[in-house]
Design a binder for this molecule. Structure first.
Ligand code: TEU
Length: 591
C-alpha cells in the first residue's frame, strides 16, 4: 500500500501576500499581520497547510520572485517579528507553513550580484556566482549574446553589462540574474539559507522553477522553433540538466534532517523517468512537483498568449497520465487548477457567466480535490473569484510578463495591426497572470472589499463583482461555493482510504462532455465522481459495470434536486444513463 503521511492527507491554501489582507487601513498591499488575522478562516475551509508566495526583501520587479536579501522580510509586508508571530500562530493551530524558495535567480539588487558584476578581475570571488559569458560578434562585427535563448519575459535571456563587458544570463527579467549552481559556494550559501528558515520554524518549501538550476553544460544554442524571432525557447537546455538530482539530493538531505516538506515547481517536465527521479519516494529529493501539462493546454509553446484549441479528451489524457504515473511508481501528485501565474479556473475551464458561475466553481472543486494527490487551493478560488472584468484596460494590469509582451512583442511586431492588438488584449484577459492577482474579496460593503482601508488605493483594483462575491456572503450560506469547498475537503478527509489513498480510474476517456472517474480503496469502498464540463444538458451512458453506483448514496452534488437518471430497457430496470445539467457534479460512494 501507499506510505501514509501528513502531506498526502493535507490540503494546502496558497496565499499571494500582496493581495490577501492589509492589517492597516493605509497600506496598498497585504501584510503578514493581515495573513495572521485570517488563520481561523483558512482552517475553517479545511486547509491545514499554508504556502506563501515570496515575502522576502525585494524590489518587486516580479512580485518578490526577485529577492535582494534572503534573510529579511520585504518592508511592505512587515517585519521579522510579524513573521515569527505568523509561524507561532500557525503552529498553535497545528497548521504547517510552506515558504517560497527562489534560488534559480536573485534580484540584481542582491549583494551577491552587486559584487559579482563589479569586476571581472581574478580577485572578485563573487564573479562566478552568476552566469557570465563574453559577447559573440556577428559577421558585421555587431555584438551578440552568447546564445539564442529566449527569456520568459521576452527578448534575449542575456543582458550586456557595461561594468565588466560581459553578458549575464537571466531566464526571467534582466533584473533576475540566474545563479551559477556549478559554483560550490552558491550551493552552500543556499543550503545555509535553507537552514536559517528551517531553524526559524518553516515546515517546508515550494521551490520556484527548481528544475532550471542545472543547465546543459556549454549552454548550446536552442533549435529554431520560431523562425520569426532571433530568440528561441530553450527549455530543453536550461532545465533538468545533468546535475539536477545531485542538487536536489543536497537540499533533500537537509529537509530530511528537519522532517520538512517540499514541492518543486517544474515547468516543461513530463517524461515519466525524469519525473520519478525527482519524486520517487526512495530518492529523497522532492515530495511532489507542480507540472505544467494541464495549464499549458490552451496556449502555444513559443507564446502562451497565442491560443490553442483543446479538447476534453486531451485534458483527460493528461489527468490519467499523471494519476497513473504517480500511483504505479509510489510518487505523489500536487493538484492545482489555479495559482498566482494562472488565470482563474472558472473562467478558463468552465463558465464565468453569472448563470453558471456557482455550478462551475463547485464542479471544479469536485474535479480537483477528489483526484489522487494533495490539492492546492489558491486564495479566492474557494469563493469563486473569476478573471478580470472585460472592460479593464491595460492601465489596470501590473504583471511584467503581460506588460512586456505588449510592449516588446505586440507593439514592436504589429505596430499597425489594430485587429491583432485587440485580439491580444482579449487574450490577456484570458491568460494574463493579473487575473489571479486582484485583492481578496472579504466583504461586499466597504469600498476595497475589506482588503485595505476605504481611502487607500490598492496596488491593484479590487474586482468590481466583490459586492456580490465575497467571503462574508458565503461563509454562512450552506449553498455557497465556500461551503461546497468545505464539504468536498471534509469528504476527502473523512473517506481518506478512498480519496487520499485509493486507486484512480478514468472512465469514458474519449467523451467530450463529461469527466467521470472511480476512486477505490478496495472492492467495497469506492466512489464514482461524475462531472459535466458543458454549459448545456448532456447525457452520459453509464457502462454496465458501473450502474450499481447509482443505487448508492449521493455524498455530494451541486444541484439541489436529485440526479436525473434514465432507465434502460433491460432486466431489473437499472438506470443506464445520466442526464447531466450544465456543469453538474455528483459523487456516489459505496461502502
Ligand atoms: O514561474 C515560473 C514559470 O514558468 C512562469 O514564469 C511561467 O512561465 C509563466 O508564469 C506562465 O506564463 C515562477 C513563479 O511562479 C513566477 O511567478 C515567477 O515570475 C517566475 O517563476 C520567476 O521567478
Amino acid at each position: 500500500g501507499i506510505h501514509r503521511t501528513w502531506w498526502k492527507e493535507s490540503s494546502i491554501y496558497q496565499i499571494y501576500p500582496s493581495s490577501f489582507q492589509s492589517h492597516s487601513p493605509n497600506r496598498p498591499t497585504g501584510t503578514i499581520r493581515g495573513i495572521t488575522s485570517h488563520l481561523s478562516y483558512i482552517q475553517s475551509l479545511g486547509t491545514d497547510t499554508v504556502w506563501l508566495c515570496p515575502i522576502l526583501a525585494s524590489p518587486q520587479i516580479d512580485m518578490g520572485y526577485d529577492i535582494s536579501d534572503y534573510r529579511d522580510i520585504h518592508e511592505g509586508y512587515g517585519t521579522m517579528e510579524d513573521h515569527d508571530e505568523l509561524i507561532r500562530e500557525l503552529h498553535a493551530r497545528k497548521m504547517k507553513y510552506v515558504m517560497d524558495l527562489v534560488v534559480n535567480h536573485t534580484s540584481d539588487q542582491h549583494e551577491w550580484f552587486k559584487k559579482s558584476r563589479s569586476s571581472r578581475g581574478k580577485g572578485n570571488e563573487f564573479r562566478d556566482w552568476y552566469i557570465w559569458r563574453p559577447a559573440k560578434y556577428d559577421n558585421g562585427g555587431q555584438r551578440q549574446p552568447p546564445n539564442n535563448w529566449l527569456s520568459y519575459f521576452g527578448g534575449s535571456a542575456w543582458q550586456w553589462d557595461e561594468t565588466a563587458h560581459e553578458y549575464y544570463l537571466h531566464l526571467f527579467a534582466p533584473s533576475q540574474p540566474d545563479l551559477n549552481w556549478e559554483n560550490p559556494s552558491v550551493v552552500s550559501a543556499v543550503h545555509s539559507m535553507i537552514r536559517f528558515w528551517l531553524d526559524r520554524g518553516v515546515d517546508g518549501f515550494r521551490m520556484d522553477v527548481i528544475n532550471f538550476i542545472s543547465k546543459e553544460p556549454g549552454l548550446p544554442n536552442a533549435p529554431v522553433t520560431d523562425p520569426t524571432s532571433p530568440w528561441q525557447s530553450a527549455i530543453a537546455l536550461h532545465s533538468c540538466g545533468p546535475r539536477l538530482h545531485e542538487f536536489l539530493q543536497g537540499i533533500g538531505a537537509i529537509l530530511k534532517e528537519y522532517d520538512a516538506f517540499s514541492v518543486g515547481e517544474m515547468p516543461g517536465v513530463g517524461d515519466e523517468k525524469e519525473v520519478m527521479k525527482s519524486v520517487g519516494q526512495e530518492r529523497e529529493e522532492l515530495n511532489m512537483i507542480f507540472h505544467f501539462e494541464l495549464v499549458s493546454i490552451d496556449g502555444q509553446t513559443q507564446d502562451k498568449f497565442l491560443p490553442r484549441n483543446w479538447t476534453l479528451q486531451e485534458l483527460k489524457r493528461i489527468i490519467s497520465k499523471w494519476q497513473a504515473m504517480m500511483l504505479t511508481n509510489h510518487g505523489w501528485n500536487a493538484l492545482y487548477l489555479e495559482n498566482h501565474d494562472q488565470p482563474r479556473s472558472i473562467s478558463r475551464f468552465a463558465s464565468d457567466a453569472p448563470k453558471y458561475r456557482k455550478f462551475s466553481a463547485k464542479m471544479l472543486a469536485t474535479f480537483l480535490a477528489l483526484q489522487s494527490g494533495t490539492p492546492y487551493i489558491y486564495q479566492g478560488q474557494e469563493i469563486g473569484q473569476i478573471n478580470l472584468p472585460r472592460s479593464w484596460g491595460l492601465d489596470k494590469y501590473r504583471d511584467i510578463e503581460t506588460l512586456n509582451h505588449w510592449r516588446d512583442k505586440v507593439l514592436v511586431e504589429y505596430p499597425e495591426d489594430k485587429e491583432f492588438q485587440d485580439r491580444m488584449l482579449r487574450e490577456y484577459r484570458k491568460k494574463g497572470r493579473d487575473n489571479a492577482r486582484t485583492p481578496m474579496q472579504w466583504d461586499g460593503k466597504s469600498r476595497n472589499a475589506g482588503f485595505t482601508g476605504e481611502a487607500t488605493q490598492p496596488w491593484m483594483d479590487v474586482h468590481p463583482d466583490y459586492t456580490e462575491w465575497n467571503v462574508e456572503n458565503q461563509i454562512d450560506d450552506p449553498d455557497s461555493v465556500f461551503s461546497y469547498w468545505k464539504a468536498v475537503l471534509a469528504l476527502r478527509k473523512e473517506l481518506k482510504d478512498i480519496f487520499v489513498y485509493g486507486d484512480f480510474q478514468m472512465l469514458d476517456p474519449e467523451g467530450e462532455e463529461s469527466v467521470v472517474f472511480i476512486r477505490s480503496a478496495d472492492e467495497r469502498n469506492k466512489a464514482l465522481v461524475v462531472m459535466s464540463f458543458k454549459d448545456y444538458e448532456t447525457e452520459w451512458q453509464v457502462p454496465e459495470g458501473v450502474r450499481s453506483f447509482l443505487q448508492c448514496p449521493v455524498k455530494l452534488k451541486n444541484y439541489e434536486d436529485e440526479p436525473q437518471l434514465r432507465r434502460g430497457g433491460g432486466e431489473g430496470g437499472e438506470s443506464s444513463a445520466m442526464i447531466l445539467r450544465p456543469f453538474e457534479a455528483l459523487v456516489y460512494v459505496s461502502s
